[in-house]
Design a protein around this ligand. Structure first.
Ligand code: NAP
Ligand code: MG
Length: 473
């Protein structure tokens, strides 16, 4: 049993003023792993004050100083690889496969921030003027539980690259993962106050970050509903916002695709991170006349998916993070049944032998249509809806008929055709014949999947304000 009773403010581990505790429950067994003491409004204000104070000097550092800081953090993260992977599998229930990818992603976010600093020009000439790209101020970082340290590293590394100081509020369910990253950040020995991390509830710590006038910008990853609450509050003090929200990503399999590759990829895209992924390809669009051919392929692949102990290296789908999330996924499977979609594989309840944890049967619906709730709403679990189409135009229309637009997938054996279809999809990223992450390319959503972009130049500039100096000669 672990007790986490410290938060991190101004370069020190401090005991929160808040006195409430939150239980940390194993997603795999539902046994109590420990508890975390939650910060309150006052703790959040202290963290913001420290970040505001640190900004005075940090905002004036040079790119090469910031490269050194990023390098120091990266090397302390590198020393704890096994700890990062273990704590993610234990506390969050992330599979060993996913936790390993997630750890690499953490390291790469420091590399890409360093890379940006090497190429980005903070002073430009526009028209007759000098334009200085200046750090925006104190950034509030609010993140969910599904890749907690991945989000901390990608957002913090960009903030540091820009010369901004930060106050970070992770999910209280990620407290042990948070403790580990704080230990690494502390070891990196940066000047005090650049990062401050407060465990606590969204309605308390998150709400204070959203309203405090000393926060200049919020970088939020989470649900569209909470994103709207934060953006409404932020506007009162004209905070800038970057919102990375939900998705209902379409995956178009064109009729000329090699199904032996495209279908396993589609299942991987749908069930990645046990389905708890904003970019999961949860609407699979296949040609109507290929449905009968594709059905047995899907059944075969899904029957071979190993669901269970996330520590087993062969496990592809682990437990849902909490019983609340398990129940949400069950509710959606029931909704799909009620709406008249047909279960091809999976269904309600837990897989045999996995009754103690929050395990879901990977579920695929056929005879779904785009008007059903299972095709419209983000489920955030391993549930895939198959929708058929007659023509390429119809496939594009269905793909775009959604309030979301975070990511999409296209498979075809004709590269030009895939490129042409991809160019018509309203999504921030379209993956062609595979799944990858380009840390120098923008990531973010069209429509209700968010506002703004992360990564690359777009991501960096979201932490900068342009100041034009217009000198009369
Ligand atoms: P969530 O409920 O929106 O929570 C996200 C964060 O916001 C948590 O730290 C939460 O704190 C905090 N929060 C809650 N209410 C708040 C308020 N009133 N003011 C300020 N902060 C508040 O999301 P979640 O359930 O943790 O995560 C799943 C969602 O994240 C999904 O919708 C998914 O699509 C989205 N997501 C998006 C991306 C992307 O990059 N686009 C990536 C991953 C996940 P508490 O934990 O205390 O509630
Ligand atoms: Mg929440």
């Amino acid at each position: 049993m672990k007790t986490i009773d410290k938060i991190y403010i101004n370069g020190e581990f401090v005991t929160p003023q808040g006195t409430e505790y939150f239980d940390l429950i194993s997603p795999t067994t539902n046994e109590k792993l420990g508890k975390v003491r939650l910060g309150n409004t006052e703790d959040t204000q202290n963290a913001i004050r420290a970040a505001k104070n640190a900004f005075k000097t940090f905002s004036k550092t040079t790119a090469s100083e910031r490269i050194q800081y990023l390098t120091n953090i990266k090397s302390s993260v590198e020393k704890r690889k096994n700890d990062f992977i273990n704590v993610m599998t234990e506390e969050y229930g992330g599979t060993l496969q996913f936790a390993t990818v997630s750890y690499d992603y953490m390291l790469k976010s420091f590399d890409s921030a360093i890379n940006l600093l090497n190429i980005y020009d903070f002073t430009k000439t526009m028209g007759e003027s000098e334009v200085q790209m200046t750090p925006i101020g104190v950034v509030g970082i609010i993140i969910p539980w599904n890749s907690s340290n991945g989000f901390i590293c990608s957002k913090l590394s960009t903030a540091i690259a820009a010369g901004c100081t930060t106050v970070i509020k992770p999910s209280e369910m990620s407290a042990q993962q948070t403790q580990l990253i704080i230990e690494c950040l502390h070891e990196a020995n940066l000047p005090k106050g650049i990062f401050n991390i407060v465990n606590g509830l969204g309605e308390i710590v998150g709400a204070e970050i959203s309203k405090n006038p000393d926060i200049a910008k919020i970088s939020f990853t989470g649900s569209t509903n909470v994103g709207k609450i934060i953006a409404k509050e932020a506007i009162n003090s004209m905070k800038r916002v970057t919102l990375e929200l939900g998705g209902k990503s379409p995956n178009i399999i064109l009729d000329d695709a090699d199904f032996s590759k495209a279908i396993p990829l589609a299942i991987g895209a749908a069930f990645m991170n046990s389905g708890q992924a904003c970019i999961a390809g949860t609407r699979l669009l296949i040609p109507e006349n290929k449905l009968e051919e594709i059905k047995p392929i899907i059944k075969e692949i899904v029957s071979n998916i190993i669901v269970g102990d996330p520590k087993n290296p062969n496990t592809a789908v682990g437990p849902m993070v909490s019983t609340k999330q398990y129940n949400r996924v069950q509710d959606y499977i029931q909704i799909g049944i009620n709406e008249g979609a047909e279960i091809l594989t999976g269904g309600l309840g837990k897989p045999d032998g996995l009754e103690n944890g929050n395990f879901v049967k990977p579920t695929v619906f056929i005879n779904a249509n785009n008007q059903m709730r299972i095709a419209k709403e983000e489920i955030f679990g391993p549930v895939l809806s198959i929708i058929t189409y007659k023509t390429e135009e119809e496939a594009i229309e269905i793909a775009n008929d959604t309030t979301y637009g975070l990511q999409a997938y296209v498979s075809s054996s004709d590269e030009k055709r895939a490129h042409n279809v991809a160019s018509q999809i309203n999504a921030g990223r379209v993956q062609i014949n595979g799944i990858g992450h380009d840390p120098m390319a923008p990531f973010g959503g069209f429509k209700q999947s968010g506002i703004g972009r992360e990564f690359g130049t777009f991501g960096l500039e979201a932490y900068l304000e342009p100041r034009a100096l217009i000198q009369q000669k």
